[in-house]
Design a protein around this ligand. Structure first.
Ligand SMILES: *Cc1c(COP(=O)(O)O)cnc(C)c1O
Length: 193
């Protein structure tokens, strides 16, 4: 997945011209501005939300994204289920896991995965896998291993893990999706991030 947040349109256009079709964005509004008008022209475009989602944006996100990778609480699961019912369109979901138990980071704690998954499935959401962002400055391998173990324990196949700095490690631990921003597009403008 090409993570295009904050990147100028010229760079995403080059990626499209090269055949890239799966893109990740971390903000609903920015993603809508960039992609909503191009859906019809690019029928095989696949959009993933990789940033935190507020419940009041659940309807917009449901209308725009194919996969929401940041399901991390029951309230959001309920908002997404309600929005999907209204829209007649239901994105696939991944549960974001806070493998490092970092207080400032989104994601459900590892021991909360099974229960959130149960609630989401009961609401009719299509949960296909797990996603994590390991703590900065720590070896990522143990976090990827934990995510793979949790997915296997819960019968989930999709593992979204690995970014520009650690995607090779993530692949070694079984990633099915790697989320690559700067290694594809170059540095982001930090003032926009
Ligand atoms: C920005 C971002 C990425 C891409 O990060 P790079 O280090 O630029 O590859 C991947 N995943 C998430 C959740 C992000 O917010």
């Amino acid at each position: 997945m090409a993570v295009s947040k904050v990147q100028p349109a010229g760079r995403t256009d080059s990626a499209l011209a090269a055949g890239q079709r799966v893109f990740g964005e971390n903000r609903v509004q920015e993603a809508a501005t960039r992609w909503a008008g191009r859906r019809l022209a690019i029928p095989d475009l696949r959009l993933h939300l990789v940033g935190p989602l507020q419940t009041n944006k659940a309807a917009d996100a449901t209308g725009l994204f194919d996969v929401i990778e940041t399901l991390d609480r029951p309230k959001l699961a309920r908002a997404l289920a309600a929005a999907s019912g209204k829209a007649g369109r239901s994105p696939a979901c991944l549960v974001q896991v806070n493998t490092g138990l970092e207080p400032q980071k989104a994601g459900v704690a590892p021991d909360g995965v099974a229960s959130l998954l149960g609630e989401a499935r009961e609401l009719g959401l299509r949960v296909e896998g797990l996603m994590c962002i390991p703590p900065l400055g720590e070896p990522a391998g143990p976090h990827f291993a934990l995510l793979a173990k949790l997915a296997a324990a819960n019968g989930l196949k999709t593992l979204s893990m690995g970014m520009s700095e650690d995607f090779e490690t993530a692949i070694a631990f079984g990633a099915t999706h790697v989320r690559i921003g700067t290694a594809l597009f170059g540095a982001r403008d930090a003032s926009q991030a």
